[in-house]
Design a protein around this ligand. Sequence first.
Ligand code: FAD
Ligand code: NAP
Length: 544
Amino acid sequence: MPNSSAVAELGGVRTLDVAIVGAGFSGLYMLQRVRDVLHLETQVFEAGDGVGGTWYWNRYPGARCDSESYYYSYSFSRELEQEWNWSSRYPEQPEILGYLNHVADRFDLRRSIRFETRVTSATFDEASNRWNLTTDTGERISAQFLVSAVGCLSSSNTPDFPGIDSFEGECYHTGAWPHEGVDFTGKRVGLIGTGSTGIQATPVIAAQAQHLTVFQRTPNYSIPARNEPLSAELAAEIKANYDEIRQKCRDSDFGFPYVPSERLAGDATPEEQRRVYEELWQLGGFRFFMSSFSDLLTDEAANDTAAEFVRAKIREIVKDPATAELLAPTDHPYGTKRPPIDTSYYESYNRDNVTLIDVRKAAIVEITAGGLRTEDAEYALDTIVYATGFDAMTGALLKMNIRGVDGMRLADKWADGPRSLLGLQVVGFPNLFTITGPGSPSVLVNMPVAIEQHVEWICDCIEYLGRNGLSRIEATEAAQNAWVQHVFDEADETLFPLANSWYMGANIPGKTRVFMPYVGGMGQYRDRCAEVVANGYEGFAMQN
Ligand code: FAD
Ligand code: NAP
């Protein structure tokens, strides 16, 4: 074990074994394991004033999970699994936040979390093999290990529209929603963005606002969620079968317990294809994506059968043909942007108080004092909702101003796109671990499955180092290069690179376009991580 036994204060610098940044799903579990299983001195630093991460910040109307509740949750504690009761298939944000607060209370985690404290810099000191951190509250910390739990989708992106500060109405980003909520009654609301967030928010805002104008740049393929309460019988069945459900998630490609299809779309007749898609459309959620045909992400013709089915559904649901056409995506294959699931999204466009504007045809030119102007019209608005997403996967990490060996900035090291070994470590940044870092399955899977695996791998590694009297671990260049190549090769076998998605960094002007997550599948990735350990942390260099 590393040797500092108490939180020491040396010349105003707090010393820790492990500093953890972020108190969402990742940071909470990391804390529980480091403190209560490894018995190391640790502290979480969290910018918000509560736990929950994503579910603390994203309080916009309609926010709920897209992974079903019973596997969008921790598996590490059987007692927690058995005592917590989910209300429905896809609970709303307050319930998920309630769950994470329950976890924090149940495991007495709050006393080890510093809230309203943002880590503003992290610098590696070669002489001591420790990380020196500073925070916006003026704290200085020295920690042997730095664990980033800052989230893949936590650095919100508001486009730099000219005139943005001149708007005299109210404006909100969905990823930093006011805790007291927003009343849209009687308001002319403009919503920019039709990703998962805009798609969830649209029907709920439409139901309250006087008028909702949705500004769409890229239409999306959305599948109905078909949310419903979890019946007592189903809840009991889930609780009785948790072990099996969790194992299926861990072994799967996407971290979901669904049975994957082994059938190629081309092996089914068009009639059979429609029957399969219709059945899954009726079931709702991600099964449409994962259980229909096995080649949707690798074969454009196969993909188009699913895409065409969704387009036909949109034309069936949306009464105005011109609006339906605008909503029907044709510029990217189905599933190559994160597929949204919805509750009455397309139906919203049949309301008299909802208008869809195509800002690909006529782009947003500026935000004005009274609304928004596109290349061909002006829209008077009382409220603007930015559902414009995140600087995904690297944004929050780079904002932490991380400097490794020789003062090298992570931002410079990753100027041409993130490079890592297994998404866990980066050459030149010893003793830094990144939970769900780029190069790992992360955002392509049901995230708690990826998070738990990373937390456990990192904790096992820290325990191993301590047991063997080692104080430093770092990815080697050769192993990192090989892994990065493997990540690219896997992505190139799919249709993912065909979309201008945030997976590619394409949503942020100037960001280098590379496919960031690992698409090889959760099961395969877990096996590789286990193999690395079995081979004595193959690909990592360790020192006393
Ligand atoms: P986060 O929850 O993002 O937590 C990171 C925390 O780090 C934040 O609280 C942030 O304040 C803090 N932080 C960042 N930088 C600093 C710093 N420098 N100093 C201090 N604190 C810092 N995934 C799924 O698998 N299924 C879903 O259904 C699903 N739904 C989602 C819905 C929404 C609206 C969004 C935005 C994402 C969703 N996700 C979903 C992805 C989701 O982000 C993950 O499932 C999961 O919550 C991530 O947990 P995390 O702890 O890794 O990161
Ligand atoms: P997003 O998917 O990145 O969508 C952002 C939207 O804003 C896109 O439609 C984008 O258009 C548009 N946009 C961005 N900049 C613009 C500009 N300058 N002008 C016009 N339009 C612009 O972000 P998100 O919807 O917040 O979702 C991000 C991720 O969070 C999701 O993919 C998902 O992983 C997660 N999430 C999950 C859930 C859930 O599971 N329940 C819910 C919400 C979010 P383009 O497509 O043209 O770039």
